[in-house]
Each structure stands twice: as C-alpha cells, then as structure tokens.
Design a binder for this molecule. Structure first.
Ligand code: MN
Length: 711
C-alpha cells in the first residue's frame, strides 16, 4: 500500500501547486469511512481507492483527480452522502465523485454485444468532465488487476467481458494505449486462458531459441541510427498475447505465419528526424511490403501519431518499427492525460485532423495557464448530441438529443410507438412529451385501443416516429373522406328518389378511375368529384339541380396536395378563417387552437389576438404555402365610402370587375344624404390582388375612401 506521504510526494513532484492538505484529508477520510470493509483479496477496502489514486499519479493527473480517486467509492459503498463530500471537499470534488458514482451505477444488463458501442457512448456522454472517465478507467484497471481474488467464476467472466467490450475500447478511444493494452490482456486471461497460455508458451520457446533477441536488436537499431548521426531512444518488446491473438483472428493465420511478434519503438527529437529515421530503416533493411503507415500525416481519430513500418531486421527477423517524437509517444501511451502534462507548451501545434473534442482539448491547453483550469473546462464533447436510455430489460437505445418518450417508443418498435399511451421514466409516470436524459430507464405503457395522435408530430424529433405518425394521419384522413363521401352520396340519391346501392356505384368506378367504392367515396368526400357527377353517371337522366347541402371538405378540384394552403397546421385538425380579419393568402397569419373546434386563422395584426395574449400555448405558427396561384380564391372584405350620386355604384362594380374581382356580398352600413358607407366582400386570389382592387377604387372619382375592413 502506498503511504500517505508517498502519495503526496508523487503528486507534488509533477504538480507543485496541488492542494496537499486536501489530499491528506481525503486520504484520512476515505480510510476512516471504509473502515473495516475488506476486498475479496482480504486487503482492507481502502487499499483500492488508494491504488486507483496511485495509477492516476502515473498519468500525472491533477490534485482534484487524486482526491476524487481516494473518495470515488465512498458515496456508493459507505454511509457517506454527497452533501457531506461537498461540505468537506467543496463543490468541484463533489461533482467529480458524483460523476464517478453515476458511472458505477449504470450497468449493462443485457449481454448483447451490439449494445457495447452504445454503452461506451453513454459512459462518455455521462462523463461531463474527462477526469470522471479517467478515474473510472483507473478504477476498472485496479479491479482487473485484482480480479483473480474473486471466487465466483461467472462474476469474473462477466467483469472480464465487460472490460473487453466496454472499457478497453473506451481507453483506446481517448488514446490511452497503455491502459487499453493492460485491460485487454487481463480480460483475455479470464476469457480465454488456454489460448493465452499457449501463446505465452510459444513466445517463451522463441525467446529461448533466439537467445536475448530483443536486447540485441534494440542495440543494433540504436547503433545504426547513431552511425547516421541520429540520437534515438529505442525500446523493444514482445507484443502482448492478446494483440497477437487478435491479429491471428483478423488475418486468419496461425502463430507460425505470424512472424512479427516483436515491436520496436524509435523515439527521436522532431518530425524531420522521424522521417530521417524511417529512411535509414528502409535503406539498411529489406522492407516488408505494405506495412508502411504514416500516422503523422494522417493521425488516427484518437489523436495517435507515429510512423509504422515492417522490416526484416538485424537478426533476419520480421519486426515492426514505430517511429515518433517524445510528445507523440506520450500521447500514444497516456492519451488525453498526456495533453495535460504538455501544458507548458513546447509541443507543436497539431493539425486539424483529430476529433473536434481533441482539438478543443488542445485549444484549452494552449490558452489556460493552470492545469486545474484546463481539466475543469475539459468537457467531453463527443456524443453530446445524443442521449442513451434503457428499456426495462436493460437494452440501451441511442436517440438524438431532445428525444421524447414517443421517439423512444418508436425506436423500440413501431407497434409500441403506435399504441403508446404513457411512459414511466425511472419509475414515475410522465407525459409522453417529456424530453429524455442520459441513463433514463423508460417503460412505455401501451394500449391496443390507442392510435398515434397527430399532435405528437409537434414534439417528436426522430424521423422514424414522424414518418409513422404521418402515415397514420393520412390513413385516418382517408377514412374520414370515405365516410363523408358515402353519406353525401346517400343523401343525394335519396333526394332524387333513388336507392343507394354498392352495386350501382361499382358500375361507374371505371368512369371515375377509382379502384374501389371506397376510392370513389373518398374522391367525393375530398371534393375531387361532386355527388351530382356520381349521381348523373349512375342515372344519366337526372336533372342537374342544386347540389345537396352537405359541404365537401374541399370545394374545388385542383391540386391533390393538402386541402388547406397553409403550412404549420396539425394534420387532421379543422381549419377556419377568422371572420374578424378575413386573412388572405399573402397576409402574415397566425393560428389559434380551440379545443374541439380546430384552428382559426387570423392576420397577425388582428385586434382579436389580444384576447389570446395570455394563452401562448394556443398560438400556432403558420404561414401560407408558397404559390398563391395554386390556391382557391378567398374572400376579402373592404369598407368604402361612396358618394351618393348617380352612377357611382355602377362605377364601383365596373372597377372591381375590370380587376378580375368578384363581388360576393354587399352591405350598406350607413346612409346619409351625401355618402353611402358600405362593406363589400370580394373574391380575390390573394392579398396582392385585393390591394390592386383597393388602389383602383381609390383612383375612382365617385369613391371617397377605401380601406380593408378589420373587425
Ligand atoms: Mn472502485
């Protein structure tokens, strides 16, 4: 066990400004609250947080990270509460400990490996501060190092699998190669002990046969580089059993065919020297074809940079050589943790090919003077646009940020979405529109009787949910048109003394290009054909008298698109035009929702809107469809003052007719000896058309004033 003063000394060695007193207090506090708890190894429990802190000193992490490591299991495993941590160690430490605790609480309950990727993303998304993730990785590393003390083989296997699928790739993702490699090998020992043992035996045999091959090759590489004037640090090692195993699997070859089991690292001063060292290697030794990779020009997504090549080395052995600068080497081994130790600059600006968050890390690095500030502001930006939620069975569902329970339901299954009536989020019944957070467990309540509601479309964010809701709305609309069309026809037939029969309708389907009777009913209901048309088709002798007084939903047969030329409406909801302001296409408009009545369209300057000022939830942002010429004509109302003299009314109607307007209603509101005041309703295309008519009227001598009527 590391002793208290040792831990403090280690931190002080790389971070002289670290809060020594806080580390001491955390040490004592953690030891006290873990008390007599024991690890599976029989060691006092406190040895675990202490070792985790020790691992992090290896990565030169700041004082706050070390304090967090010491305290990381106190809230989960002792009676300590988070407010207590905050009182004793301040809000920053409390936030970090809370972050680690939350990560420890979420567990992958279903063991489908396709879930692993989502689970990793969840862990990253939940670690708002990178230190949380680093402490969690060190925690897992120490647990893996002591895994063999756990007696239950199933538990050991489960932890090993989780490590292999979740934590090792996570370490890789943030570029912590050393931790990744150790985690993988410890997990491999558990998951496939036989394969690992035979690989180790094979390696031992080769080592014996070749003598001390690695030190010999290392020395020779160093000498060759020195002869060319390059001062390089060279180290060699056998690859780990797991990395050999993975290569055997990937390339589908046996161990015999896998000759490059040794890797050598050449560390030089700068990038120019990297390429010089590469040149020396390639001119001195035969090159293994297609093994060269330039990760300096094109770094790996996790920020890894190096030159890789394969040569037949000094002992005629196939070897892999990785060439890099000291900084690249540290980044390769320590990942994001290395950036922090380069805080004093000296590192070269990296190019922009890494992940955005890596660049942001670097940016913070370059513009912050102290390490605490650097790590504190290092928010993990990856996956911040996604949320990950659990099903009751423990499956993980990834959704775009802002997703609601309805999106979740549709992501689980279309049927679940179509029939959802409610959602329990973390055990509590919540409205369907509730926006989900990372780690939420969502239990969708369904009912066979429920169908998608058009209003859902206003809050869902996933395309799948939206498409399903729309499809349903369309089907539902068609059903309404069918009902309406059928009852219109029944009424029309009855009015003429005919029986309404399916058979009669079937006889004229072709004529209307309808596939079925329902099709034809829908045409009539939608207003594409009138009831009279159908009636005269069935009974050609029928007089063309007035139509029945059932008003079809759409009066004119024109475009087959939406029946209302307004964007932003809720599908399936009835639309009215306000009588107070007579909105016209081109007017700026707003919709007011009235339960049970539908949407009423007002012009945005209508006085009536004042009475809805206190109920913004009823306001609907709507606008006219772009092309007014496709739109049915609408009625505009104008107020005029006309001189009471011969011919003035004639002039009025002539001007309107000349401008292609059609008077549908006229009402005299006031009559004096000199003037008539009147309101006229004119059928126009749009607001521009109405403005033209108003302008033309104003230019008419017999007319004193013309205004658009309001209210
Ligand atoms: Mn722990």
């Amino acid at each position: 066990m590391i002793r208290q003063f040792e831990l403090v000394e280690r931190v002080k060695a790389y971070d002289p400004g670290a809060d020594e007193e806080a580390i001491n207090r955390a040490y004592v506090f953690s030891m006290k609250v873990h008390g007599a708890q024991k690890r599976a190894s029989g060691d006092p429990y406190f040895s675990h947080p202490l070792e985790v802190a020790g691992i992090l000193t290896h990565y030169k992490l700041d004082g706050a990270s070390i304090v967090t490591a010491l305290l990381h299991d106190t809230v989960e495993d002792t009676l300590t509460t988070l407010p207590e941590i905050e009182r004793l160690f301040g809000p920053q430490i409390a936030r970090l400990v809370d972050g680690v605790t939350k990560l420890s609480r979420i567990e992958l309950q279903s063991d489908q490996s396709k879930q692993a990727e989502n689970f990793r993303k969840l862990l990253i998304a939940m670690s708002e501060d990178i230190r949380v993730l680093l402490v969690k990785l060190a925690d897992r590393l120490h647990n893996m190092r002591t895994l063999h003390f756990i007696s239950d083989p199933d538990k050991r296997l489960r932890i090993a699998r989780e490590t292999m699928e979740i934590y090792a790739p996570l370490a890789e993702r943030i570029g912590m190669h050393a931790i990744q490699e150790e985690l993988e090998d410890l997990a491999f020992a558990q998951i496939n002990p036989d394969a690992r043992a035979s690989l180790l035996a094979r390696l031992a045999f080769l080592r014996e046969k070749g003598g001390d091959l690695i030190p010999r090759i290392t020395d020779q590489l160093k000498r060759v580089l020195a002869e060319e004037g390059l001062d390089a640090w060279v180290s060699g090692r056998e690859k780990t059993p797991y990395s050999i195993w993975r290569k055997m699997q990937r390339k589908n070859v046996g161990f015999e065919a896998l000759s490059d089991i040794m890797a050598f690292r050449v560390v030089v001063a700068d990038i120019a020297e990297c390429y010089r060292a590469l040149g020396i290697m390639h001119s001195r030794y035969p090159v293994v074809p297609s093994r060269f990779k330039d990760y300096i020009s094109i770094p790996k997504p996790n920020g890894y940079r190096s030159l890789h090549t394969g040569v037949y080395g000094p002992e005629r052995q196939r070897i892999e050589v990785q060439i890099r600068t000291k900084e690249m080497h540290d980044v390769a081994e320590f990942g994001v943790a290395a950036h922090w130790s380069y805080k004093d600059g000296g590192g070269q600006p990296r190019d922009g090919r890494q992940y955005r968050w890596m660049r942001e890390l670097l940016d913070i690095l370059e513009h912050t003077s102290n390490p605490e500030e650097f790590l504190e502001h290092t928010k993990l930006e990856m996956f911040q646009d996604q949320v990950f939620c659990f099903t009751p069975k423990g499956d993980l569902i990834g959704l775009p940020r802002g997703s609601t329970s309805v999106d979740f339901a549709y992501a689980v299954h279309s049927e679940v979405g179509d029939h959802c009536v409610g959602a329990k989020i973390n055990g509590r019944m919540m409205p369907l529109r509730t926006v989900l957070n990372n780690g939420d467990q969502v239990d969708i309540v369904t009912s066979k009787a429920q169908t998608p509601s058009p209003t859902w479309e206003r809050f869902v964010v996933t395309g799948k949910a939206r498409a399903r809701i729309r499809r349903f709305t369309r089907t539902q609309q068609r059903a309404q048109f069918i009902d309406l069309g059928r009852s219109m026809l029944q009424k029309a037939f009855k009015a003429e003394g005919h029986d309404f029969t399916e058979k009669a309708i079937d006889g004229v389907l072709k004529q209307f290009k309808a596939q079925s009777a329902d099709d034809l009913y829908a045409f009539v209901g939608e207003g594409l054909h009138s009831d009279r048309e159908v009636l005269t088709a069935v009974f050609p002798g029928t007089r063309t008298s007035k139509s029945t007084n059932v008003v079809p939903i759409r009066r004119k047969k024109k475009d087959k698109g939406s029946s209302v030329p307004i964007k932003g409406l809720i599908p399936g909801m009835a639309v009215h035009y306000a009588g107070c302001c007579h909105p016209l296409p081109g007017d700026r408009i707003v919709g007011i929702v009235t339960t049970g009545k539908g949407v009423t369209i007002h012009t945005i300057d209508c006085d009536t809107l004042e009475s809805f000022a206190d109920t913004p939830e009823r306001w609907l942002d709507v606008s006219w469809e772009a092309a007014p010429e496709l739109v049915d004509s609408r009625v505009g109302r104008i107020a005029l003052v006309v001189q009471n003299e011969q011919g003035s009314l004639g002039a009025l109607s002539t001007v309107i007719a000349k401008n292609a307007g059609n008077i549908t209603n006229l009402k005299i509101t006031n009559r004096t000896q000199q003037f008539w005041e009147m309101l006229i309703d004119v059928e126009v295309r749009d607001v521009k058309h109405l403005s033209n008519i108003i302008a033309a009227l104003r230019a008419t001598p017999a007319i004193n004033s013309v205004e658009r009527a309001r209210g």
